[in-house]
Ligand binder design. Structure first.
Ligand code: FPP
Length: 233
């Protein structure tokens, strides 16, 4: 969800105004997911590097996360939407941690759409955390440490039940991953868009999906009828 700060600066407003607008955009995008057949959506809301922004911006973001989780808990629950937070949550404000536990518990059996919010999330941190989990598991159960399979590593990610993304969309014009889902994006299709996140619309999402459907996904294999563009989910 990149470009909130620049969107606000272009309008002569403080960066926080861009985040507030970005939060509204997120609610529209979540509501539009079922119409496009999306069953899993992950949004990158805060990276470990983001703590280095000014206290004003960081505190405003933490407040915004709480406000939105509280305000939309009822709607998400009624609409059969599951909320999962991925990232190192122990460093988040305690009140936000409590709210996360509440909304995750309330929505844990919902199936229409899973929304993962990456909060204090870093892809490298996730892999380090997975390695630590695997070592601790081995020490506690005395099962052999090696060989290690890809399934073992996935089982130690922050949300092992979430499938790898088919499509990554980055708004705001930058063409890089910025430490996002480094394991899970191995075969994901990328769409980079110039518009800032507050300007991103459900139609833009539809157009990105249309682009995705035109791609041939080969997963390292040679072209076949099965991986021809029309057969993309
Ligand atoms: C990146 O844009 C955006 C963020 C660091 C914050 C994203 C947060 C929201 C959209 C708020 C709502 C989220 C939830 C989960 C309710 P940037 O600030 O880096 O923009 P810039 O590159 O233009 O400076």
């Amino acid at each position: 969800m990149d470009g909130n700060g620049r969107w606000a600066s272009d309008r002569g407003k403080p960066r926080v105004f861009g985040h507030q607008q970005g939060a509204k955009t997120l609610t529209h995008i979540i509501r539009s997911c079922p119409k496009y057949g999306i069953t899993h959506l992950t949004v990158y809301a805060f990276s470990p590097e983001n703590w280095q922004r000014g206290a004003l911006e960081v505190n405003a973001l933490m407040r915004l996360f709480q406000i939105y989780l509280r305000a939309y808990m009822g709607e998400l629950d009624r609409e059969n939407v599951q909320i999962r937070i991925i990232g190192e949550r122990s460093k988040l404000p305690t009140v936000l941690q409590r709210m996360i536990e509440k909304i995750e518990t309330k929505t844990k059996n919902h199936t229409r759409l899973v929304v993962q919010v990456a909060l204090n999330y870093g892809g490298r941190d996730e892999l380090l955390h997975a390695a630590e989990t695997l070592i601790a598991r081995h020490q506690n159960t005395k099962t052999p440490a090696l060989p290690l399979t890809q399934e073992d590593l996935v089982s130690a990610l922050w949300n092992p039940s979430c499938p790898d993304p088919d499509l990554l969309i980055r708004t705001g014009g930058e063409m890089r991953l910025s430490n996002f889902m480094l394991w899970q994006l191995a075969y994901t299709e990328f769409v980079f868009l110039p518009q800032y996140w507050p300007d991103f619309t459900a139609d833009d999402l539809g157009q990105a999906i249309a682009q995705f459907k035109g791609r041939q996904r080969r997963f390292g294999r040679i072209p076949t009828e099965q991986n021809a563009p029309e057969s993309n989910p």
